[in-house]
Design a protein around this ligand. Structure first.
Ligand code: NAI
Length: 342
């Protein structure tokens, strides 16, 4: 299998090169993102491997298909960047559904602990021989209420860690987990009674801007919002207004609505043109990381391994266990003989 690998970073190459020979996969790395302009470069490749900010819209998918690409291998769990109706019947789409829920959940907790106890600011202060602790006051997490929106693989690990801290965990999910003791409440109650709210649902038309102006208004004035899922779950303009008017206590963000032009790149010598991103970075009670929640050694190994397994299975005409299509979860019944969506 020949694979065109988009948006490749040095750390991707380390983990994929370690497995490529073993899986018989030949990889051409491109350091730019997939979009309609760069898609023609994949002509002649069997598969294309992409990450979260590559854009597999209709135009891009049509170009890939015309170039002979038959497999789109996402090296991510989320898949909101793919137009599934356009790929169906033409290009199989596979992903890595659960490489390390702990990696993401633990990063959400890192954002929470850092924001709450201001260790990021303390680090900078003590390095400057400034041992003053003014402004660093936090709250005890024990006994506080952690609201979890989305109790899938990551949300449940996060909820477990919060319970370990002695927090009272409540959750909202239209599809509650049957095998857990999580206390489910309505979204309204969660927003009103949580001291910390963490987002662990996928980005869909229903969850787009689930944290909007109206919902921010319902939160406690000291509530901390954590988002390690997808940027567009939060209406950024509304979040900025809520922070400016001190309606909430802070925000820990690993994702941002318009992150694709910025995240994963070193732009320290350039001027940021996105005023909302720049504004967010001015708040002392906002902590922004650049979509790194997945980034542990265990997760990178698993992402590379499962992606290689997905590619190998396609090349060997085997069932595609990790394939998804727009009918999955509703009417898609994977073909009994092929184990594929189409
Ligand atoms: P999952 O599919 O196991 O769980 C998602 C949960 O969200 C499900 O329980 C589902 O019922 C629930 N959900 C669906 N619609 C909802 C709604 N309207 N309101 C509340 N809950 C809703 O997914 P998993 O593995 O836990 O991942 C969650 C998200 O985390 C992914 O969709 C992805 O966007 C993000 N992610 C971020 C990473 C990062 O590095 N920052 C890495 C991996 C995933």
């Amino acid at each position: 299998m020949k694979v065109a690998f988009y948006d490749a970073k040095p750390y991707d190459k380390v983990w994929f090169d370690a497995l490529s020979e073993q899986y018989g996969v030949e990889i051409k790395y491109f350091d730019f993102k997939l979009n309609a302009e760069t898609a023609p470069l994949a002509a002649g490749y069997d598969a294309v491997c992409i990450f979260v900010n590559d854009n597999a819209n209709k135009q891009t998918l049509d170009i890939l298909y015309e170039g002979g690409v038959k497999l789109l291998a996402l090296r991510s769990a989320g898949y909101n960047n793919v137009d599934f109706k356009s790929s169906h019947g033409k290009i199989h789409v596979v992903r890595v559904p659960d490489y390390s829920p702990a990696a993401v959940a633990e990063h959400a907790v890192a954002l929470l602990l850092t924001l709450n106890r201001k260790t990021h600011r303390a680090y900078a202060r003590t390095r400057d021989n400034n041992f003053n602790i003014n402004g660093f006051i936090g709250m005890d997490l024990v006994g506080k209420t952690a609201g979890v929106i989305g109790t899938g693989k990551i949300g449940r690990v996060y909820a477990g860690i919060c319970k370990g801290f002695g927090m009272n965990v409540i959750a909202f999910d239209p599809y509650p987990a049957e095998d857990s003791d999580i206390k489910y409440v309505g979204l309204d109650e969660l927003l009103r009674s949580s001291d910390v709210i963490s987002l662990h649902c996928p980005l869909t038309p229903e969850t787009h801007h689930i944290i909007n102006r109206e919902n921010l208004d319902k939160m406690k004035p000291h509530a901390i919002v954590i988002n390690t899922s997808r940027g567009a779950l939060i209406d950024t303009a509304a979040l900025i207004d809520a922070l400016k008017s001190r309606k909430i206590g802070g925000a820990g963000l690993d994702v941002y609505e318009e992150e694709s032009d910025y995240f994963f790149e070193d732009l320290s010598d350039t001027i940021i043109e996105d005023d909302e991103l720049s504004r967010l970075l001015t708040f002392p009670n906002v902590l922004l990381t650049s979509h790194q929640a997945f980034f542990t050694e265990e997760a990178m190994h698993e992402i590379a391994r499962v992606t290689m397994e997905n590619i190998k299975a396609y090349g060997a005409n085997l069932p595609l266990d990790n394939e998804i299509c727009y009918k999955c979860g509703e009417v898609c019944t994977k073909n009994e003989n092929t184990g594929r969506c189409f």
